[in-house]
Every structure is written in structure tokens, then in C-alpha cells.
Design a protein around this ligand. Structure first.
Ligand code: PRP
Ligand code: URA
Length: 209
């Protein structure tokens, strides 16, 4: 599938295995989400635009690449996406941060937006939306709709675990968005949870269950 990148790096897979373990506590879970976010971000940002600039080394002056363009925007989908913001900021410390608040309505599983605040001039920035879980794809599509409505044209979406339904939904509704998936899981259950998955990412990151 064009624009869908499924990670196969052993470090990412190893850390996802640890995330899945129901005995992994909040502290370790949070660290693992951040680490996986860094490894995935490194991969997802390999096509960042660069420009040659002049630099003086202790020996001579040379031309060398530097990231160009307006600062990228990292946009977590609240709440669970917050766990991956630090990952992208580790890689690009000058990035701006936007927030999109969505929750899945119990029963229908439909996304409801309750908050959105993005940096200005989104049309000139690369938008990196982060959310550890891509289940039905409802939240992801709503987040992408929202970011596009505010001008973004170059969008990447990073999730740690995805269900086939979510990947297909993004590919169908937003084929231009580059989707990075840590692991593609088997299926959704009747409650729209990913199986085998890791449970509720928000609750496990924030220790709310
Ligand atoms: C989770 C997850 C995604 C969404 C994925 O958030 O972090 O945002 O579900 O499901 P979908 O693909 O079916 O839309 P949740 O709604 O549980 O909110 P939370 O992060 O505040 O816990
Ligand atoms: N959100 C989660 O946190 N986990 C799932 O399995 C599905 C949606």
C-alpha cells in the first residue's frame, strides 16, 4: 500500500512486546512508548527537507546539510498521543506542538473532538500526528480532517499498534498521508479494541485504571 510503512526493526518489535505485557507497569510503559516513538520518528523523518549551508570546521570551510523549512508541528491526539510528543521533540527540539482532543464515544466508538489548538501557518509545516493506537481509524481520520481543515498539506501519522481496519480507513480517506505503523495486529474485537493489542493505551500511560 502506497504511503503505508510498517516497521520491522527488531528494537521496535522487542519494545512493543514489552508494551503488550499486562505486567508492564505505568512507569516502564511510558518509557517504552517514548523510546518506540523515537525509533519510529527517526524512520518517519528520513525525508525531511535539507539545504546546504556554509560551516567553518577547525580545518576549513565546507558546505553541509541543515534541516530547512518552517519548524515541523508535532500533534498528539489526546490523551494517549501525549506519550509520543517527547519522542519527536528529542529528535527535533525546535518543533512546535499542537493538540487535538478526541475521545471515542462509548457504545458507538465514534470520535468526538473536544479540543484543537495548532501552531499558525500549518500550510507551511510538516504535521506529525502521533497516537499509539489506530483501531477503527475514526479518531485518526477525524484528527487528519481537523489538521487539513486548518491548512496542513504535508501530514505524517505515527502509531505504535494498528488494526487492519484503521490502516484501510486512513488509506481510503487520506491516501496522501504517510502512515507509519510499529506493528500491524490481527483484528478488532466487538468493543473495537485491537487484538492482541496492549489494552487501553491512555489508561496504561497515565495509570488511570
Ligand atoms: C484511543 C487511542 C486513539 C483511539 C483509537 O483513544 O489513543 O485515539 O482510541 O481508536 P479508533 O481508531 O477506533 O478511533 P481513546 O478514545 O481511548 O481516548 P484516550 O486517549 O483519552 O484514552
Ligand atoms: N484504543 C486503545 O487504547 N486501545 C485499543 O485497543 C483501541 C483503541
Amino acid at each position: 500500500m502506497e504511503n503505508v510503512f510498517i516497521m520491522d526493526h527488531p528494537l521496535i518489535q522487542h519494545k512493543i512486546t514489552m508494551l503488550r505485557d499486562k505486567n508492564t507497569g505505568t512507569n516502564e510503559f511510558r518509557k517504552l512508548v517514548e523510546e518506540i516513538g523515537i525509533l519510529m520518528g527517526y524512520e518517519a523523518l528520513r525525508d525531511l527537507p535539507t539545504e546546504e549551508v556554509e560551516v567553518e570546521t577547525p580545518l576549513e570551510t565546507c558546505m553541509s546539510p541543515k534541516i530547512s523549512g518552517k519548524k515541523l508541528a508535532v500533534i498528539p491526539v489526546l490523551r494517549a498521543g501525549l506519550g509520543m510528543v517527547g519522542s519527536i521533540l528529542t529528535l527535533v527540539p525546535s518543533a512546535k506542538v499542537g493538540h487535538i482532543g478526541l475521545y471515542r464515544e462509548p457504545g458507538t466508538h465514534l470520535p468526538r473532538e473536544y479540543y484543537c489548538k495548532l501552531p499558525e501557518a500549518m500550510e507551511e509545516r510538516i504535521a506529525v500526528i502521533v497516537d499509539p493506537m489506530l483501531a477503527t481509524g475514526g479518531s485518526a481520520v477525524a484528527a487528519i480532517d481537523s489538521v487539513k481543515m486548518r491548512g496542513a498539506k504535508n501530514i505524517k501519522f505515527l502509531c505504535i499498534i494498528a488494526a487492519p481496519d484503521g490502516v484501510e480507513r486512513i488509506h481510503k480517506d487520506h491516501p496522501d498521508v504517510q502512515l507509519y505503523v510499529g506493528h500491524l495486529d490481527r483484528e478488532l474485537n466487538e468493543n473495537a479494541y485491537i487484538c492482541p493489542g496492549l489494552g487501553d493505551a491512555g489508561d496504561r500511560i497515565f495509570g488511570t485504571k
